[in-house]
Design a binder for this molecule. Structure first.
Ligand code: AMP
Length: 521
């Protein structure tokens, strides 16, 4: 089928041609004609299937006539993450370039002022994350009673992220008479119930069986001890032909640690997780898309829907806790018919999660060995449970999710030691008694050279609070004084000793009562 057969306007067909697409993908082929007819659509499709264009293309067509009024957007698209929202906005820009539709992106982590100004000018397409939309609604900056087309994208993700109550609230503010397009990668019963509540007589469009990973992704798994996972990852990164890769961790704090570890081993790696400020998230993603960063260590915030053209690899540094996340993670590669490779690093405690993934994708992920690393085996569920509670030990009340973290922490500690910055070592040395410190000659020559202070560092140093500078100066003075205590002349009277100090401080003899002179009596 050709795009021209779908009933889209000539300007849109031109934009598609400019983008270089020749044929619609199956979801586009099935959904676009229904959307153009004004029908509600329930789409079950994974990301990577061309799902975004299946709603943006016909929406541009529908919204081409008519004008938006201030604060009353004409269409609304809800996305679970800021990155996805930004991606949909890009899609509108690409396909709507021959139209004059106005668009606003309402996402958290950015100032309200600019977003409110946009809304005041009137927008045809409003793309938002649920939280920010509700904030603006409550402040009275937006009215939702002119929405003609409403899209819920990644509904199952919204459910996972706890957005459903927000969405229900938003839907209650929308006009009853509207067109609703509802997309989800999977269709569990809760999602189906929501779809029944929000959609009216929808056309159902399914392009791949739920949760089936793209056939174009080659999958493999490495099973090693937890503390060997970093080595295994480095080995894979060096031996695979990695053009660019997402490396997924289950915990946000591990994202930063792994990224630092990779950097210290000379890899060009960035980090992306939900606790980072939005500007930094966007900046990092942009650098990754431009190829300035090759490896992006990330949490599941990047797993859903993020579209990086031609991603060659996905690495699961941790086996995902939910089997569905596995499908989403590896679905970042092998997109739009391209091939991709996905490697998962498992440890002996991950047997249960790996079985759940196998059941979901209806196949076993092939195990591969890594040269120089001993392969491990999965523990039975009982052993794994015991292993986890041992790992938790006395900290179990403090941090219930530690489980198998003890070996990982050991590995991290070893790495931290390896790259302990010079200052840290110096500070440690200073805490040691003098006689225990390595003599200057014993220290590595490399450490002798002071790095040149960069202009930026000098500038920030100049602006350091005076207190800090004074404290540093005092500390330096103190240290110098300690180091030189043997040779430094005592400051005092020098050679001159005032005469009064040489005099003995004998107490004057008590005055004896004088004998009475004969004259006085
Ligand atoms: P999506 O599932 O919307 O995230 O799209 C996945 C990727 O497929 C994106 O990079 C799109 O630009 C690309 N894409 C969308 N439609 C087509 C098409 N008809 N032909 C080729 N690639 C497409």
């Amino acid at each position: 089928m050709l795009f021209s057969e779908l009933g889209l306007a000539p300007e849109i067909l031109r934009a598609i041609e400019d983008k270089g697409y020749t044929q619609p993908t199956p979801i586009q082929e099935q959904a676009i004609p229904w959307v153009l007819q004004g029908r509600d659509v329930l789409g079950c499709a994974q990301t990577g299937t061309g799902k975004t264009a299946s709603f943006t293309l016909p929406m541009i067509d529908i919204l081409a006539s008519g004008r938006a009024r201030a604060r009353m957007p004409r269409s609304l698209i809800l996305e679970p993450t800021r990155e996805l929202a930004a991606q949909v906005a890009e899609s509108f820009e690409t396909y709507g370039k021959h139209h004059k539709l106005s668009m606003a992106l309402l996402i958290g982590g950015e100032t309200f002022t600019e977003q409110v100004k946009r809304l005041d000018r009137g927008v045809d397409v409003l793309i938002a994350t649920p939280g920010r939309l509700i904030d603006l609604f409550e402040r009275g900056n937006i009215m939702l009673n002119d929405i003609k087309v409403f899209v819920i994208d990644e509904a199952d993700r919204m459910l996972d992220m706890g957005f459903i109550p927000d969405i229900e609230r938003i839907v209650s503010k929308l006009p009853k008479l509207r067109q609703t397009l509802f997309f989800s990668a999977t269709m569990p019963p809760e999602i189906r119930r929501l779809a029944d509540a929000f959609l009216s007589n929808p056309k159902e469009v399914t392009v791949a069986p739920p949760a089936s990973p793209a056939e174009t992704v080659t999958q493999a798994m490495v099973l090693v001890q937890e503390e060997d996972k970093r080595k295994a990852l480095r080995h894979l990164l060096r031996t695979e032909d990695v053009k660019n890769a997402f490396i997924f961790c289950n915990r946000k704090r591990d994202v930063a640690l792994l990224q630092k570890s990779l950097e210290s081993h000379g890899f060009n790696a960035g980090a992306l997780h939900g606790d980072m400020v939005q500007s930094k998230r966007m900046e990092t993603l942009d650098a990754f898309k431009k190829g300035e960063i090759t490896l992006l260590v990330c949490s599941d915030v990047a797993a859903r829907g993020l579209d990086v053209q031609g991603l060659s690899h996905v690495f699961n540094f941790d086996v995902p806790i939910s089997a569905e996340d596995y499908v989403h993670r590896i679905g970042r590669t092998g997109r739009a018919g391209r091939t991709g490779r996905a490697f998962t690093l498992a440890s002996p405690l991950d047997g249960k999660q790996v079985s759940a993934i196998g059941r979901l994708i209806k196949r076993e992920i092939p195990l591969i060995a890594i040269d120089g690393l001993e392969s491990a085996e999965f523990l039975s569920e009982d052993e794994a449970r015991r292993g986890r509670s041992r790992g938790r030990g006395k900290d179990k009340d403090k941090d219930k999710d530690r489980g198998d973290r003890a070996p990982r922490e050991r590995a991290e500690r070893a790495e931290r030691e390896e790259r302990a910055p010079r200052e840290e070592r110096q500070a440690r040395e200073e805490r040691q008694p003098r006689e225990d410190r390595p003599s200057r000659d014993e220290r590595p020559v490399r450490e002798e050279r002071q790095p040149r202070e960069s202009l930026a560092a000098a500038e920030s140093r100049r602006q350091e609070p005076r207190r800090d500078r004074d404290r540093d100066r005092d500390r330096d003075r103190r240290r110098r004084r300690d180091e030189d205590e043997d040779d430094t002349p005592v400051i005092g009277f020098g050679d001159h000793m005032p005469a009064f100090m040489l005099r003995s401080a004998r107490r004057p003899a008590p005055v004896e009562p004088a004998e009475q002179s004969p004259q006085e009596s």
